[in-house]
Design a protein around this ligand. Structure first.
Ligand code: PLP
Length: 381
């Protein structure tokens, strides 16, 4: 296996099964999955409750469009809305995170009658034309310009600049409660509260993109609950179906009308909604968000204690953890995988990102820290 393959994004690790936080390659090697395949398996791989729900549903009715009531779909919608903070009345399911954000921006425009979107530097909201327009990095955007949308970027975390940018022509402010792809950036205290206040004053929608932060990862079901800010639109995907392709847009009443003319053929198909219902129910009944808060604190504490001097910063919330390295993150991820059978993800050039399934225990967290210590401080005597 060559370094080049790994660093260019093709990991030479042929996988065939998974259980909990572990993945197994075809030669039987066990890998500790500290990336949860980009946060898509909060309950761990092939969780029995989700597998069983999918199996049952696929045999009964694999697909029927969303104009027919089906228990699986209704249960998933009810569970998703109930899991959100008070004030949300309805939801719409789609197939991915970018599609959820695309819909959120459309809903905000049709509900407000305005078109301007405010997004943040270092944001990532997806790769379709509208979500991409609200994404910061030029490397994702340049080849596809012009993009869809009148988007103004403000520095992430700067309340003053945000306040200045929002006006009566603003349809929406779209923010990640903690930025994921942009490097695990936690905003300063009061920032999301300010976003709530200024959007309310301007009759604009506050869209919180919880595609990466949601589903219990930051210690609450949704990261906005950590700071008591209720947006007008909350978007989700990744872990929503514990690995099945599904996204969701949860909306307050005044936005729901603006959503009426939007749909997609595969919206809320019975098999993915069986997975959504099983995932949300299991997460909440077994209190995995609380476990994520505790394990996150433990993991970040151990990382600080072990690597404090070797890295620039350890940051994050719950099990959304970023380690700002003094070296390239791609290479560190490669060394962790090949030499220590630990799978982590880069988030930008120098940030290593840990998004393990929420079910990891202290022993697995210790294994992770030991592997990181070996990779990050290998030259120490
Ligand atoms: C915060 C955030 N929003 C949106 C997306 C896009 O999701 P998807 O890849 O499912 O389209 C991502 C993916 O990384 C994300 O992290």
């Amino acid at each position: 296996m060559s370094d080049h393959d790994f660093i260019s994004g093709t990991k030479p690790i042929p996988l065939e099964s998974g259980e909990g936080p572990y993945l197994y390659s075809t030669d039987g090697t066990e890998y500790l999955d500290a990336g949860a395949s980009y946060a898509c398996t909060p309950l761990g791989h092939s969780h029995p409750a989700v597998v069983e729900a999918i199996r049952e549903q696929v045999g009964d009715l694999t697909f029927v469009d969303s104009s027919y009531p089906v228990d699986s779909r209704e249960n998933a919608y009810a569970a998703l809305v109930a899991s959100a903070p008070d004030g949300f009345e309805s939801a719409w399911l789609c197939n991915s995170g970018t599609e959820a954000n695309e819909a959120a921006l459309k809903f905000a425009r049709s509900s407000t009658g305005d078109s301007k979107i405010i997004a943040a530097t270092r944001s990532f909201h997806g790769r379709t034309m509208g979500s991409l327009a609200a994404t910061w990095k030029d490397t994702y955007k340049k080849p596809f310009e012009p993009l869809a949308g009148d988007v103004e970027f403000v520095p992430y975390g700067d309340s003053e600049e945000l306040t200045e940018a929002v006006d009566e022509e603003t349809a929406a402010v779209i923010l990640e409660p903690i930025q994921g792809e942009g490097g695990i950036n936690v905003p300063p205290a009061g920032y999301l509260e300010c976003a709530r206040e200024v959007t309310e004053e301007a009759d604009a929608a506050l869209v919180l993109d919880e595609v990466q932060t949601g589903m219990g990862r930051t210690g609450s079901m949704w990261a906005c609950q950590n700071v008591g800010v209720t947006p007008d639109v909350l978007t989700t995907a990744k872990g929503l179906g514990n690995g099945l392709p599904v996204g969701g847009v949860v909306v307050r009443d005044w936005i729901a009308d603006g959503a009426a003319s939007h749909n997609a053929t595969f919206s809320g198909g019975p098999v993915v909604t069986a997975a959504v219902h099983a995932t949300i129910s299991t997460l909440l009944e077994e209190e995995w968000p609380t476990h994520a808060a505790e394990m996150g604190e433990y993991l970040r504490g151990e990382l600080e204690a072990t690597l404090g001097d070797e890295v620039r910063e350890v940051r994050g919330e719950g099990l959304l953890v970023g380690i700002e390295l003094k070296r390239g993150a791609n290479r560190a991820a490669r060394d962790l995988a090949i030499d220590h059978q630990v799978l982590a993800l880069p988030a930008g050039r120098t940030v290593l990102r840990l998004l393990p399934p929420l079910v990891i225990d202290t022993e697995e967290a210790d294994r992770l820290v030991d592997a990181l210590a070996a990779v990050i401080a290998p030259d120490d005597p």
